[in-house]
Ligand binder design. Structure first.
Ligand SMILES: [Zn+2]
Length: 219
């Protein structure tokens, strides 16, 4: 018994070492679960659980669209480092920002500014490629650039998260519940989980991350 008492703490300690800290996001493995964010635009923005909606060319949405008036402020959901900031409208995404958050996740903000408009009207002053932003900082203006042109202005908000595998076998977290949580609203776990057949889906948090191409962004 004495031996057991001596070994048990050691065993527990070994388990803790074995379990992590491999990645800070590995624990929250369900792609539908909320993470703590700052609401990224005006609180009156309208949005729905549209992560699974189909898009052109067989794409799926993999994000949440927040609809509000063009020119509405867009705020950083997490502080972090700007890792993508095209100077021109970029394909589907238009004027866009990607920020590697201080939680390791990548937060993407697309369709900023007006289609055919100016970079300076889309991206806030002080936001620079590889520069730091703080949580809640104004980073841009909601708009209709990229493939949102001709439709209702909205913010395409995406959370790329190596710690989850979504229902399409990619590493994206459904932002819907995180947005709801940020507004103090009840969460909805009803997002259907499609049957996934890719190899990556079975390896959970150790999933290999394939860099996403820049051409397929947005929508
Ligand atoms: Zn979208």
């Amino acid at each position: 018994m004495l031996l057991f008492r001596r070994i048990l703490p050691l065993f527990v300690a070994l388990c803790v070492v074995a379990a992590g800290p491999v990645a800070p996001v590995a624990a929250a493995g369900d792609y539908r679960t909320a993470v703590r964010i700052y609401f990224p635009t005006v609180k009156t923005a309208r949005y729905s659980n549209d992560f699974a909606n189909a898009r052109s060319g067989g794409r799926v949405h993999g994000a949440t669209d927040l609809f509000a008036a063009a020119g509405s402020p867009v705020y950083a959901a997490r502080g972090g480092t700007v890792i993508w900031l095209p100077r021109e409208e970029s394909g589907n995404a238009g004027f866009a920002i990607q920020i590697r958050g201080d939680d390791g996740r990548v937060y993407a903000y697309y369709h900023l500014g007006r289609h055919g408009g100016r970079y300076r009207k889309a991206i806030a002053e002080g936001v620079t490629l590889f520069g730091q932003v703080s949580r809640g900082q104004l980073i841009g203006r909601l708009g209709d650039s990229g493939n949102a042109a001709g439709g209702a202005p909205h913010l395409h908000f995406e959370i790329q998260d190596d710690g989850v595998v979504d229902s399409y076998g990619t590493n994206r977290r459904n932002p819907y519940n995180s947005l709801r949580k940020a507004q103090g609203l009840a969460q909805d776990m009803n997002q259907p989980i499609a049957a996934v057949t890719t190899k990556r889906s079975r390896s959970s948090s150790s999933a290999t991350v394939v860099p996403r191409s820049r051409s397929g962004r947005g929508g």
